[in-house]
Design a protein around this ligand. Structure first.
Ligand SMILES: *[C@@H]1O[C@H](CO)[C@@H](O)[C@H](O)[C@H]1NC(C)=O
Length: 294
């Protein structure tokens, strides 16, 4: 989101599901053997630009001096060290294109802590990522090409709006009956930047072509999960990540700051298992970040 009526910058630390489960290739995401958990750190709205030359915004007047993008970098290192995530998800406005001299360089710097710490990561774009030297397509291609990136450009062979629509499967714990199954499905959607419909002002949204892809992918995964051995009674949980909140999010949150806590509850209740089913979609469930740049 952007200047004006943006939501709070977003950082989500999501402790997902305890599920028993086995293991495979090096890039395969799976629940941990020791704890039975899979932890995602979500980072949004870094608004990264030119590193030490780009000052912070939304900090106290007394904190302005000496606060730059490098503070965001230091913050990410601290969070990653403390949380030891299994996956990092960057959900857009990763860079602030307009303030950035070189979009690819800004993106490299923004994501660097995850790469440096050899964490698997995935990203979607926000509304500001393409405002610099790269187009939306160019930004997404860059994200896909970066080291340890699990980001994908778009599904093969179908017409779809946007760039960076893809899904990731998280397998059960190695050595268990679920180690070949995707016990948690992650979806990544490009929610666009701004409306191009003259009668509708403001931000973009997820288009019908993307919804169709999501529904088909989700049904396919659910059928597989339920029907293939070992057969399951209920669908595996799913989470969708995208930048621009759904209108429902805004309705819920308009008058009530506790909506954030409530949405987090929604996901964390039920024995620590995300309760969000694949028929529903959740974008940003968030805790306010301590600082942000512009
Ligand atoms: C930003 O980082 C500098 C250098 O470490 C530090 O002195 C300053 O307090 C940080 N600012 C904030 C707001 O954290």
């Amino acid at each position: 989101m952007g200047i004006g009526h943006r939501l709070f910058p977003l950082l989500l630390i999501l402790l997902a599901a305890a599920v028993q489960g086995k293991e495979k290739g090096p890039h395969r995401l799976r629940f941990r053997h020791d704890s039975g958990t899979f932890k995602v750190v979500q980072v949004a709205d870094m608004h990264y630009a030119d590193g030490r030359r780009t000052g912070c915004e939304d900090v106290l007047p007394s904190q302005v001096a000496g606060c730059t993008d490098l503070n965001t970098t230091a913050f990410l290192y601290r969070v990653f060290r403390d949380e030891d995530p299994d996956l990092v998800i960057f959900t857009g406005d990763n860079i602030y294109g307009a303030d950035s001299t070189d979009a690819a360089k800004s993106m490299d710097a923004a994501i660097a802590p995850a790469i440096d710490m050899k964490l698997p990561w995935a990203a979607v774009m926000g509304n500001h990522d393409q405002e610099g030297t790269l187009s939306r397509e160019g930004v997404m291609r860059h994200l896909v090409s970066m080291k340890n990136s699990l980001s994908r450009f778009n599904p093969d062979g179908i017409e779809i709006d946007g760039y960076g629509n893809y899904n990731l499967e998280v397998s059960g714990v190695e050595g268990t009956s679920l180690d070949e199954k995707s016990v948690l499905n992650l979806y990544f959607l490009d929610s666009g930047d701004y409306s191009t419909v003259p009668s509708i002002k403001g931000y973009g949204w997820i288009k019908a072509s993307q919804q169709v892809w999501f529904q088909q992918t989700s049904s396919r995964l659910q059928r597989k999960y339920i029907n293939e051995n070992p057969k399951q009674k209920e669908p595996a949980p799913g989470l969708a990540f995208f930048h621009i909140p759904l209108p429902e999010f805004q309705t819920l949150c308009r008058s009530n700051i506790n909506c954030i806590a409530m949405l987090v509850d929604l996901v964390t209740m039920h024995n620590g298992r995300p309760v969000v089913k694949e028929s529903e979609r959740v974008g940003q469930l968030v805790l306010p970040q301590t600082m942000r740049k512009r």
